[in-house]
Design a protein around this ligand. Structure first.
Ligand SMILES: Nc1ncnc2c1ncn2[C@@H]1O[C@H](COP(=O)(O)OP(=O)(O)OP(=O)(O)O)[C@@H](O)[C@H]1O
Length: 318
């Protein structure tokens, strides 16, 4: 770990919305004490289900919303009501784009870049993100994925040190998604602090250096993808082994923590495998019955498994 201070520090963040008419005019607390840090040269991801509080956390981190408690420090300053000097060091890509609908993308991007003292090479960004392909279409008529690409270019136009990306891959086709992912990785390698939100586990797994899992306005787990998935292998639900063999085999008795199923004819699945002994329960049966599977797959833990376990625990506790 470097001794450089984190670009973003959030401590015990609280945020209330309301009054909400459906709740007899009461306020509703949507952030319940979120704490996190994000470093330069790193992709920090807030992962959580719909309504978990990710966008609200970003809005407080960017200074768009005033927190009701806790502290936010962005590049050493409180971002709420911050100086223009701080704002020029930060790029923001909002979930709904926030782009003026009647303008065409390229004049818009050139204008945004001209507002900054040290703008990015806007032509290079336009080419990189394929924006010239729809240069003559107004923002209003762009597809969701095209708008996303323009919004990303606008967020990068000022050459920011920190960039906030709210669901950057939403609505993108596989090719554009790859372009955006490569760009994010390059910006990270160039030293930017990138903070993004997603509820897509695969995106989080591919892009993140550090992940915070947010649930009900609180960070409930954190770590690198490797740390989060490794931790889960020691927990109750472990890896699954799937294999294909002749259909309708008589299934043997397995140790109580293992579950052997044939979900579809000839496709078998052993759940709850924690160690080599568990695997031996399976291979001993194959040896006794002279079964040689046609295919075999160990399924490593994914962020999705970790996320679902945490969500299950949350539901059990409620
Ligand atoms: N202005 C508002 N007034 C009342 N409630 C709000 C307001 N803005 C957000 N909320 C509520 O706050 C909660 C958190 O919303 P937020 O947008 O931060 O979630 P999210 O994790 O980003 O979700 P998603 O993945 O769906 O974008 C939700 O229950 C939402 O309905």
């Amino acid at each position: 770990m470097s001794n450089v201070s984190p670009s973003l520090v959030i401590e015990d963040l609280l945020k209330d919305f309301g009054p909400v008419p459906a709740l007899d005019g009461r306020m509703v607390r949507v952030l319940n004490g979120i704490s996190l840090k994000a470093n330069a040269g790193s992709v920090t991801t807030l992962l959580g289900s719909n309504g978990a509080g990710k966008s609200t956390t970003l809005a407080c981190a960017q200074g768009l919303l005033r927190p009701d408690g806790g502290k936010v420090s962005l590049l050493g300053e409180d971002p709420y009501g911050a100086s223009p000097a701080l704002r020029s060091r930060v790029g923001v890509m909002l979930q709904d784009g926030g782009l003026p609908p009647s303008l065409r993308p390229i004049p818009l991007l050139r204008h945004v870049a001209s507002l900054y003292r040290r703008p990015a090479d806007i032509n290079a960004l336009i080419e990189r993100l394929g924006i010239d392909e729809f240069a003559n279409t107004s923002i209003r008529r762009l597809s969701g994925g095209q708008k996303q690409r323009v919004a990303l270019a606008a967020a990068l136009a000022g050459n920011p040190e920190v960039i906030f990306l709210d669901e950057p891959s939403a609505g993108l086709d596989p090719q554009s998604r790859q372009v955006v992912f490569d760009l994010i990785t390059e910006l990270r390698d160039a030293g930017l602090c990138i903070v993004l939100t997603t509820h897509l586990m695969e995106d989080a797994q591919r892009l993140s250096d550090y992940v915070y899992i947010i649930d009900d306005g609180l960070n409930v787990a954190e770590g690198t993808v490797a740390e989060l998935t490794a931790r889960a292998t020691h927990e109750a639900t472990a890896q699954a082994v799937t294999f294909t063999a002749a259909p309708a085999l008589a299934l043997p008795q397995m140790p109580a923590h293992l579950l052997l199923l044939e979900p579809t004819p000839g496709q078998y699945r052993l759940e709850g495998v924690r160690d080599a002994h568990d695997l031996a329960s399976l291979t001993n049966w194959w040896a006794q019955e002279s079964i040689l599977p046609d295919s075999l797959l160990m399924q490593p833990r994914t962020l999705e498994d970790v996320f679902l376990e945490i969500a299950d625990k949350g539901n059990d506790a409620n």
